[in-house]
Ligand binder design. Structure first.
Ligand SMILES: [Zn+2]
Length: 340
């Protein structure tokens, strides 16, 4: 059975919870990290050493005022002075102004908003950044890529996110869209993607892609062992990976094909960015060795000539709280308390 990485994190998905994770040195600078996701929002007081002193988790706000109330409640709960607030948010964020340039989907109410104004933090310094980049920053400061200066991270979930660190600098590009690795074309004749392109990696390897591919095979009466639930839900990627491991012919075909696309994309990213280390995060990455083992040899073979070395492909260390830690890291970096 696949491990549920989020379940290991200690967060309660339904209610706001208070959980003391670690006791930081009283003299350590503290920052509040906020991770705004499509379904949930997390926040924590984070110490300079990356420890979470206090954390809360609640369903995502659906209005500006609800977001403001949530963050204010976190600031009020902090027992010690904090040096600022870092925010990770889905979409394209102008890091200079903290304006949300675009955030399609559940967080569209934030488009055009200045996050620093929305949360009304008074004199507190506020930093904001795209959520995938924030997760990478967390891993570089305290996690799997600690001390590295060339890192690529891919998050495999409902969609596919990405972030790239090159020679110590997080790539943003001219308009802030750099690093959206999930929208790399892996099939020029593929289906329409949410981004408007066709055949993106996200259309071939994501929860949505794997579920719909399996459903398409079931629908065509392929020899599939899984079926829709009594409420009409199609099998989850977790169930499909498990079925593949147990010999379900249809699941094996779907998983193998999806992995082919993922492997091809990874080779391209390795050739493009030449990272020291590659991080695979997101819910699907919980498949662990079942995910990597089948494509590792192919990746090594396809990259040995140009790169001439094997790049470690690893999983995140800050599982479940990389977003809040990385968001706090934005403030520590801005105030030169930490450096990459
Ligand atoms: Zn796309």
């Amino acid at each position: 059975m696949l491990p549920s990485r989020i379940a290991q994190s200690g967060y309660n998905a339904q209610t706001i919870v208070r959980k003391k994770i670690a006791n930081a040195d009283a003299a350590e600078p503290l920052v509040i990290g906020v991770d705004i996701g499509g379904t949930g929002i997390k926040a924590a007081v984070v110490s300079l050493s990356g420890e979470l002193i206090d954390s809360v988790h609640a369903p995502s706000p659906r209005t500006v005022s609800a977001l403001r109330d949530f963050v204010r409640s976190v600031v009020k709960r902090a027992n010690s002075p904090v040096r600022g607030i870092g925010i990770g948010c889905k979409g394209i964020i102008d890091t200079n102004s903290t304006r949300v340039k675009s955030s399609p989907g559940d967080l569209c109410f934030l488009e055009g908003q200045l996050l620093s104004e929305v949360i009304g933090a008074g004199d507190l310094s506020v930093c904001a950044e795209n959520d995938a980049r924030v997760a990478l920053i967390g891993e570089v400061l305290w996690g799997a890529a600690r001390g590295r200066r060339n890192v690529v991270m891919l998050t495999l979930g409902t969609g596919v996110g990405g972030a790239v660190l090159v020679e110590g600098i997080i790539l943003h590009g001219a308009s802030g869209a750099a690093g959206h690795l999930g929208h790399t074309t892996v099939d020029p004749h593929g289906g329409l993607c949410i981004c408007g392109n066709y055949g993106c990696l996200e259309t071939r390897f994501s929860s949505r892609a794997i579920e719909s591919d399996y459903w398409a095979h079931m629908h065509r009466a392929a020899p599939a062992k899984l079926s829709k639930s009594s409420t009409g839900e199609v099998p989850t990627p977790e169930a499909i990976f498990r079925a593949a491991a147990e010999g379900d012919e249809c699941a094996s075909y779907v998983v193998d094909r999806a992995l082919e696309y993922l492997g091809a994309a990874l080779v391209s990213f390795l050739h493009t960015f030449d990272p020291e280390i590659f991080i695979l995060g997101g819910n699907i990455a919980a498949a662990g060795s079942q995910l990597i083992a089948p494509i590792q040899d192919k990746i090594a073979r396809r990259t040995k000539t140009l790169l001439g070395r094997e790049v470690p492909i690893v999983f995140p260390k800050l599982v479940g709280y990389g977003g809040v830690a990385g968001a706090a890291g934005l403030v520590f970096l801005k105030q030169n308390l930490l450096a990459i």
